[in-house]
Design a protein around this ligand. Structure first.
Ligand code: UD1
Ligand code: UDP
Length: 365
């Protein structure tokens, strides 16, 4: 079978790694990088660390407004489909790269296989929600990470081609947890933590918050950004913040002196796993990081009004917080008793890549 895989943004490189490996054992994969993310620490590092093959095409679309970025991808992906004549296309998650790939393939009657189908925040203002709803409705195979995702699709009348494969990000965590530990334990993690003032030797395991902020609903609103950074400054432990380039540009005008917040450049996946496993708590608006915190048994506070990953909320492992200084502070200092409760296996058994492969080979011909 010949498949085109579309990737373009940081979380998609991570999700694509295990499937690529399994699928390529007996089939042909044409890997297309849209170029949505292009800085070395947002793209190359994941190919190196996770052994992702070099893309066959890099569309180099770069950053632009939603319409322009998606339109540029659409045009170029169509051309590749016409040249390569694939049997199907696989797309991941909910970015503009996902939608562009799915739309280009669907218009040319190429079967679309959507990994991470069925997630819903029910907030149509989020670009991710628009991308995932539209992609699901033109997909032929809907590869769901959880039963909730299957149920969400059923509510929209979609049942054909829907399969619960478990979450492919769980596969990646299981494969890399030990590698990350070997690379970064015994204080070696501190060697790779560098901010504008140099190394950060005073950080201690379980005595820092690990934070990430990049979602449009938080970063496009100056007041929300102000509330978030004010809360970081008042937290009872240092806040380590590997900062997404989007947010880095948007905080330039922020009038807050940062003492408790340690900003560093985005880090590679292996270091991120180590930082997540050893944080006191993760504070984030990321979709992927909420789950990784859960998989690694680190409590999480999610700076959003809703989450697609509702399973992580059970027993207080993850808690949502409105974007207001005191609410954030109350949520991060909550009494933690989540460890008393076993985590239900809601995200599969770590073999999602194998199940996705089987589903595509059996159903996608
Ligand atoms: C995108 C996804 C979001 C996902 C996130 C993962 C969409 C609509 N959004 O958001 O769902 O959670 O990726 O990280 O697809 N930039 C750089 N260098 C880079 C990449 C981006 O400087 O390598 C800056 C540019 O100023 C750019 C901004 O970040 O304008 C936003 O990048 P973009 O890809 O449009 O959206 P993300 O916020 O990264
Ligand atoms: N991540 C990383 N380095 C960082 C920040 C995040 O490797 O500096 C990883 C994180 O561990 C997770 C993924 O990037 O696997 C999440 O991507 P992101 O938060 O950009 O997007 P989202 O999941 O919100 O779509």
């Amino acid at each position: 079978m010949k498949l085109i895989t579309i990737i373009g943004a940081r979380p998609q490189f991570i999700k694509a790694a295990p499937f690529s490996e399994v699928f390529r054992r007996e089939n042909v994969e044409i890997l297309v990088h849209t170029g949505q993310h292009y800085d070395a620490n947002m793209s190359d590092v994941f190919f190196e660390e996770l052994g992702i093959p070099k893309p066959d095409y890099n569309l180099e679309v770069g950053s632009a407004s939603h319409g322009l970025q998606t339109g540029r991808m659409l045009e170029k992906i169509e051309e590749i489909i016409l040249n390569e004549k694939p049997d199907g296309m696989i797309v991941y998650g909910d970015t503009n790269s996902t939608l562009a790939g799915a739309l280009a393939a669907s218009k040319l009657h190429i079967p679309v296989f959507h990994v991470e189908a069925g997630l819903r925040s029910y907030n149509r203002l989020m670009p991710e929600e628009q991308n995932r709803v539209l992609t699901d409705h033109i997909s032929d195979l809907l590869l769901c990470p959880t039963q909730t995702a299957v149920d969400n699709l059923a509510k929209e009348g979609i049942s054909a081609g829907v399969i619960n494969t478990g979450d492919i990000m769980f596969d990646v965590v299981l494969r890399n947890m030990e590698i990350s530990k070997i690379k970064y334990s015994n204080g070696k993690w501190l060697d790779d933590l560098i901010n504008e003032n140099g190394k950060i030797p005073y950080l201690k395991e379980k005595e820092y918050y690990l934070a990430t902020i990049h979602r449009a609903e938080n970063t496009n609103d100056h007041k929300k950004l102000h509330e978030i950074f004010s809360a970081f400054e008042k937290m009872d432990k240092p806040v380590l913040l590997p900062l997404h380039p989007r947010t880095c540009k948007l905080i330039e005008g922020l009038e807050i002196k940062l003492n408790n917040t340690i900003i560093i450049k985005p880090v590679g996946y292996l270091l991120m796993l180590y930082l997540t496993a050893n944080a006191y708590m993760v504070v984030t608006d990321s979709g992927g990081l909420q789950k990784e915190a859960y998989f690694l048994k680190t409590p999480c506070t999610t700076l959003r009004d809703q989450t697609e990953w509702v399973e992580t909320l059970e027993n207080g492992w993850n808690m949502l917080s409105a974007i207001e200084v005191n609410t954030i502070l109350r949520t991060v200092t909550r009494e933690l008793d989540c460890w008393k409760h076993p985590q239900p296996m809601s995200f599969g058994d770590g073999k999602a890549a194998e199940y996705i492969n089987r589903a595509i080979l059996e159903g996608g011909k």
